[in-house]
Design a protein around this ligand. Structure first.
Ligand SMILES: *Cc1c(COP(=O)(O)O)cnc(C)c1O
Length: 360
């Protein structure tokens, strides 16, 4: 029997993808890097196939190879810069690099295969700087990128930085010997903020996995992830008894405390100690004391909790839901870190919504 697991609702994921694509008005280049933000890259990509995405985005050669082994045949772009020593493996797996280093661009061009040029418009992470394009004109004439892209550093904010980066991107595009057929810039938060797209593809990531970057925006994602665990012990505490390391939680009276077998080594972060909430039988329950490596304690006083009952630490239970955003905020964490931090000790259970509704 599974004691603790991560559920992934693939039908909700697909609906989120369809919603982004409809708002952007362009095909998707879904970002499935970091193992699909921790949810299983191949499962995610296969679920999104129905939407006919243009291709998929990953961070590393190994991530691209995994998708190829799983039968994905669409273009796969590796967005983190590759080294020249990785070119052979890239070719063997038929992967497309996003490049920004002139020496690597020259080497890749000798393969005769497609690549996308990254323009750095303010992120200072990867890509040719927008204001140095003229330096590289000769290389670009020789190497001819099939696509060109940039990345916004603050698409979740309405601070004018996006407009500035777009203007820089346009400036760089004008310096190219020819305008490539594929031009892309928007991540999920950028599509949420502004649509339709002025480019040819959009690159959502976190939105697909159920996380919005703004409250009250035009696009609202459905939750995709649930983290559930069974109660493995329950005890009754007397007034003054303490819970967990550091004795930071003290019973104000008689209290029932349940232990679930999930801890920070599973990615249920230590920052959630005395702050996290969970769902059980229609109640909201609270984390008591520090989260430990393998176990977390919850105050179940107002519930009829019993051994073996399933606690929802993240996701839907009945009509209530704890979203990744809500839990992240409680721990003052980044939702990206919380999601990608869920570790593989927790088995992933991939579902289509029909099944989970039938099971509920
Ligand atoms: C991760 C990433 C994205 C997706 O970003 P989200 O904020 O998750 O939507 C898009 N483009 C690039 C280059 C990325 O690295």
């Amino acid at each position: 029997m599974t004691r603790a697991w991560v559920e992934v609702d693939l039908a909700a994921l697909r609906r989120n993808g369809a919603a982004v694509s409809a708002r952007a008005g362009v095909p998707l280049l879904p970002m499935v890097k970091a193992d699909g933000y921790g949810l299983g890259a191949l499962h995610v990509a296969l679920a999104l196939e129905e939407l006919s995405p243009w291709g998929y985005g990953v961070a590393t050669v190994a991530e691209g190879e995994e998708l190829r082994r799983g039968g994905i045949t669409r273009p796969i772009i590796v967005f983190t810069p590759i080294l020249r020593t990785e070119i052979d493996a890239m070719r063997r797996a038929d992967l497309t690099p996003g490049l920004g280093d002139p020496a690597v661009m020259e080497s890749w061009a000798r393969t005769g295969r497609d690549w996308h040029l990254q323009i750095d418009t303010g992120m200072s992470r990867a890509g040719l700087r927008w204001d140095r394009m003229s330096w590289y004109r000769d290389i670009l004439v020789r190497t001819r990128p099939a696509g060109v892209f940039t990345h916004f550093h603050s698409a979740d904010l309405d601070d004018g930085s996006r407009e500035q980066q777009e203007a820089r991107f346009e400036e760089a595009l004008a310096e190219l010997p020819e305008r490539p057929a594929l031009i892309h810039a928007e991540n999920g938060p950028a599509v949420e903020a502004n649509a339709p797209s002025r480019w040819s593809l959009c690159r959502p990531g976190i939105f697909l996995y159920g996380v919005a970057s703004r409250v009250g925006g035009a696009l609202v994602p459905e939750p995709v992830v649930a983290l559930r665990a069974r109660i493995v012990e329950i005890r009754t505490l007397s007034e003054g008894d303490t819970v967990s390391y550091g004795a930071t939680w003290r019973a104000p009276g008689e209290r029932r405390i349940a232990t679930v077998p999930v801890g920070y080594a599973d990615g249920y972060r230590r920052a959630l100690g005395n702050r996290g909430v969970a769902l059980l039988g229609g109640h909201r329950i609270h984390v008591a004391g520090r989260v430990t490596m393998d176990m977390t304690m919850l105050d179940v006083t107002d519930t009829d909790a019993a051994l073996g009952d399933v606690v929802t630490l993240l996701g839907h239970d009945g009509d209530d839901v704890i979203t990744v955003s809500e839990l992240a905020e409680l721990g003052e964490l980044s939702p990206y870190e919380l999601l990608t931090g869920l570790r593989t000790r927790l088995p992933r259970v991939h579902r289509e919504a029909e099944e989970s509704e039938a099971a509920a």
